[in-house]
Structure formats: structure tokens, C-alpha cells
Design a protein around this ligand. Sequence first.
Ligand code: ZN
Length: 253
Amino acid sequence: MANPEPSSHGSDTKDDLLSSHKEKFQKSKDEYYGYDLYPEREGDTDMIKQGRDLQTVKCEKNVIWCAEKDPRIKLLMGALKSRGCPIDLGRHVSCEPCNFNVNGGYDPVKNQVVVCKNMSKTKNACCNVMAHELLHAFDACRAKVDFSDLQHLACTEIRAANLNHCYFLSAWETGIAYPWNFKEKHRECVKNKAILSVILVRNLPAVKAREIVDKVFDKCYQDLEPFGRRMKKGSRDAQRAYCDASLYGYTDS
Ligand SMILES: [Zn+2]
């Protein structure tokens, strides 16, 4: 079972987009967990042959860079360590080729973050994927999330979107947020992103995914652990959160 981060970062998710994702991954199986998005996890040898190439090496370098330089990743790794789930990059982060619909994923069975080396090629993209997926790892460690429980899944997707995406400036740039409606637009963006993730992970109809996300939204939207704040793009929020982390017992040393 994997937990994909959709490659579409748009905040204007529409039902037709949602249903096209659903159609694409429609399976006859009763239970769907998105593993076909990560061919190496299913032993697709063609994809494995493309294996350790320059793309892998570059991806692994980016992973190390993010772990050393990105305050969000440093904070999350510290928080995971403080909760008794330390991250060993070689063991817990894997650079793999993926289906073109996803940038990354979290595999709760193997407790591994997947960075899609063919999709998340820049440092920035790699750090964003790691921040999103390590948040899932943090929830799995902290709250013993049951990823097969749709409400648990919806909650961790809401939290990952809330803490790592839908930045104020990106909403501003795309013309959907203004100072007078930012709060409402931010909630809407987080909700849409979470719905899309739930659809990808479990191949649910959009209506059902929306219903589950709505049910847990308010509670999970308010839960800002371990950052304690929502980040604004281009601000020093992430650095501030990292500096404050030791106050909450999260350290990376
Ligand atoms: Zn996710």
C-alpha cells in the first residue's frame, strides 16, 4: 500500500480532474492501494533496468541536500527521532521511477518515503515531496495511523496539504486568493488537495472522497504538529518553526 502525492499541484481541483484520475487507476480489485504507481514495488523489471543511473544519483544527492539544508525536513526528522522513529536516509528514503501521475509516496508497510526520480528532479521538488511524505511518516509514528482506515488516511492527507502546500503566495499568484478571502481559499485548496490524494491512494469516487475529507476536515486542519504553524511561501516560517522545535522537545541532534 502506498500513499502517493499527486503530481498535479493545482489548487483548483475540479471534479472532472478527480474522475479522470479515478478512471485511470480503476481496477477490478475490491481494494486498491496505488502500488501500480510505483513499478519497482511491483517488480516491473523494465523500470528496474533503468535503475541506478544518473537520475538516481542526482535524486539521492537531492535527498541528502534536503535533509541537511531544508528546515522543514530537519524539523520533521528531529520530530520523528524524538518520537522514537529516527530516519536513516538510506533505509527510509528511496529514489524510484514512478507513474507520471505522482511525485512521491509513503509506503507504510515498509515505512519508506518514495521520491519519484523521474518526476521530482529539482532540489525544491525533492524537498517538497520529502516534507509531504515525512509528515505521513510522522503521523504513522505519532498516532499509529491505520492507512487502510479512510478517515485516518483523509486526516493525514489534510495535514500534509495544510502544512506543506497551498502557500499564501502561490494562491495569490494563481489569482484565487486575496487578503479578504485568503482563509477560505486556503481551506478550499487544502481540502481539494487532500481529496485528490485520497482518490489516488484508494481509487474512490470523488463524491465519496469528499464526504470522508469533509467529515474529519476541521479537526485535522487545526492540528499543526510538529510545525506549529502554516508556512508562507518565501517567508522564514520554516526556519522559525525549526528554531522553535527544541521548545517542543523536537531535536535533530
Ligand atoms: Zn499524501
